[in-house]
Design a protein around this ligand. Structure first.
Ligand code: PLP
Length: 609
């Protein structure tokens, strides 16, 4: 039996009970039951489930550990956090973030004009707004409008040009000037596969010379009192905490220097995002090496240390961690449509009344295989297989014999794997890999796990049921796009084993976990597969409630979203059919009705019940 690394990646969000994965919260519903509930209403294709309680858990934990560190270090500044919208802008995700974050004064971060408008309309009262990314005069003016409308907003400048624009807008209007932050260009870089945001060659931030220049520009324009924040972001999914500490020392010293230079309103350090979550299902390939507790206490301790030694007051701390907050809240669930080695199942055997001797022997090995003899019998079977293939090449046995032999040997290997599953030999492990099974899932990797496709980012994958049985098939996952990149291959480093199921008799559902950060907006409509049906699941003490259904775009909608004229397409299809000669009027209207139904459903497959 295996728990699919649940103890490594799930942060106790899920547990396995009665062979199923369940939410480790309140009434503890099983994911399978929720999925079946949804499918009982006729929904097909992949579904994305959102669990707001998991967002709440992350927000709480962020604030709780920083508060703890602040108390322990006798830190004088406050802790503030904002959610970076780019991590997930979908309405029901943002709704969950703002609803769950309200009591903490959790705010929003915007990196573009559209995100800023979203932040201005969705930030809960009392929450901060921070603005990063490249900005034009319009975007900066929007920042002024936000300040004028009563938001606690800080616009972080990424370069001197933006500061000049702020000064210009301030001189042209009488509306409120927002707080100004400076993003510093670190000489230290981040870690992990997203570490491009830090370092001397980083895309963003001011060098030390530019910072000095910024201070004099602000002073001249009489805006120095609006400079409140120093900001940096060393990149997403930091694998190690050491680069953060370096960046903090750098930022902390810059802060202290600027305070001494007369930036009296400067009062906060924004440490950006980058808090990692665990995606890996194997202890030896874990993708980060620190906890939220270590993270928060390191930040608070270091800042206190720097400020104390420089004789400067403790700054308020801002974080913009996004992945940490939302990654775990969403789970993609999809049925398996097909196992490709289905053909090797015993039911396909067509044993003749008279068989070649080697086949007779295989039949016997298959029948008599047991725990004691299985390695020996396995070796015999593999040996026989070689001989049978040679006999086939030489024309001594026919295709039916060969097929029977392949099924029998396949079966013998599977039985041996099963019998030895608790003590597999190297040889068995190698065979297991060779016997890789391909699981075809009703989903698109491009749409739902784009970071796997683009960056090789792993996501935890596990079946929702059968968890009281040992999974024995080395698995690769195939999606239904017709692109060979739509595959999660078997990886020896982090092997995934799934169950041998007969899909003619039972269903098999897989869950893809930690997909709540970045995947949804990065997801693309490759092959015109669209964002899956999504649901918010509110778990309570006795049950759960399925709300916020957002249906996947139907075929007409997706075509129209890329610029086709829905009516034109519909009309063309219908008139072509109308013109054709049907035997009966009934048949004609039935066919038209079918067409109309299909075109108004999403494009995922509807094969499974
Ligand atoms: C992307 C980004 C974040 C969020 O990073 P996470 O790794 O998701 O925590 C925070 N701040 C800035 C400036 C960003 O660009």
């Amino acid at each position: 039996m295996t728990n699919f690394g649940l103890d490594i990646w799930s942060n106790k969000n899920f547990i396995i009970e009665d062979g199923q994965i369940k939410l480790n919260y309140k009434s503890m519903p099983s994911l399978l039951k929720i999925a079946q509930d949804i499918r009982s209403k006729g929904v097909r294709g992949p579904v994305l489930l959102r669990f707001p309680h998991l967002i709440k858990k992350q927000i709480r934990s962020l604030y709780w550990y920083f508060d703890k560190a602040i108390k322990e270090n006798n830190y004088k500044g406050s802790f503030n956090a904002v959610f970076p919208l780019k991590v997930n802008q979908f309405p029901h995700a943002v709704e969950a973030v703002t609803a769950q974050g309200k009591e903490f004064g959790y705010g929003l971060e915007a990196g573009s004009k559209a995100e800023l408008i979203l932040a201005m309309s969705k930030t809960p009262e009392g929450g901060n707004i921070t603005v990063n990314g490249f900005k034009d005069k319009e975007m900066i003016t929007l920042g002024f409008i936000a300040a004028q409308s009563g938001h606690k907003i800080t616009i972080t400048i990424e370069g001197l040009g933006e500061l000049e624009t702020i000064i210009q807008v301030a001189s042209e209007t009488k509306i409120k000037v927002p707080n100004i932050g400076i993003r510093i260009r670190l000489h230290s870089a981040g870690s992990g596969i997203w570490a491009k945001s830090g370092g001397m060659d980083a895309k963003f931030g001011l060098t030390s010379t530019e910072i000095l220049e910024a201070i004099s520009l602000l002073r001249e324009a009489d805006l120095l009192q609006n400079l409140t924040m120093i900001h940096f972001h060393i990149g997403s999914q930091m694998s190690d905490i050491a680069p953060l500490k370096k960046a903090l020392r750098e930022a902390g010293n810059i802060y202290a220097e600027l305070k001494k230079m007369g930036a009296t309103s400067l009062n906060s350090i924004n440490i950006g995002g980058g808090l990692a979550i665990e995606y890996d299902q194997h202890a030896h390939t874990k993708c980060h090496n620190y906890s939220i507790e270590e993270f928060s206490s390191s930040v608070v301790f270091l800042l206190a240390d720097i400020m104390n030694s420089k004789g400067v007051g403790h700054p308020d701390i801002f974080t913009e961690s996004g992945r940490f907050i939302v990654a775990s809240h969403a789970v993609l669930i999809t049925p398996v449509l097909e196992l490709f080695s289905h053909d090797y199942q015993e039911q396909h055997l067509k044993i003749k009344s008279k068989n070649p001797p080697l086949i007779e022997e295989l039949l016997e090995l298959n029948m008599l295989l047991n725990n004691k003899n299985c390695i020996e019998y396995l070796h015999d079977a593999l040996d026989h297989m070689e001989s049978i293939l040679t006999l086939f090449d030489l024309g001594y046995i026919d295709l039916q014999d060969r097929s029977n032999a392949e099924i029998l040997v396949h079966n013998i290997i599977k039985k041996a794997l099963y019998l030895k599953s608790s003590t597999p030999t190297d040889e068995l492990e190698r065979l297991q890999e060779k016997l890789q099974e391909r699981y075809l899932v009703n989903a698109s990797i491009f749409q739902s796990l784009p970071d796997y496709w683009g960056l090789g980012q792993n996501f935890p994958i596990m079946p929702l049921h059968h968890l009281d049985a040992t999974p024995l098939r080395a698995a690769s996952i195939w999606d239904i796009t017709c692109d060979s990149d739509g595959e999660i291959g078997f990886n020896q480093e982090r092997p995934l084993y799934l169950h041998d199921v007969n899909l003619d008799e039972e269903e098999y559902y897989l869950g893809f976990f930690n997909v709540g950060a970045y995947q949804e907006t990065l997801g693309m409509n490759h092959n015109l597969f669209t964002h899956p049906n999504e649901y918010t699941i509110n778990v309570n003490d006795t049950d759960y409630e399925i709300t916020n259904e957002e249906e996947s775009k139907n075929i007409l909608e997706i075509l129209s979203s890329i610029g086709y004229n829905e009516n034109e397409i519909l009309k063309k299809l219908e008139t072509d059919l109308e013109k054709s000669s049907f035997i009966t009027e009934q048949e004609k209207s039935d066919t038209l009705a079918k067409l109309d139904l299909y075109i108004r459903q999403n494009g995922y497959l509807r094969t499974t019940l």
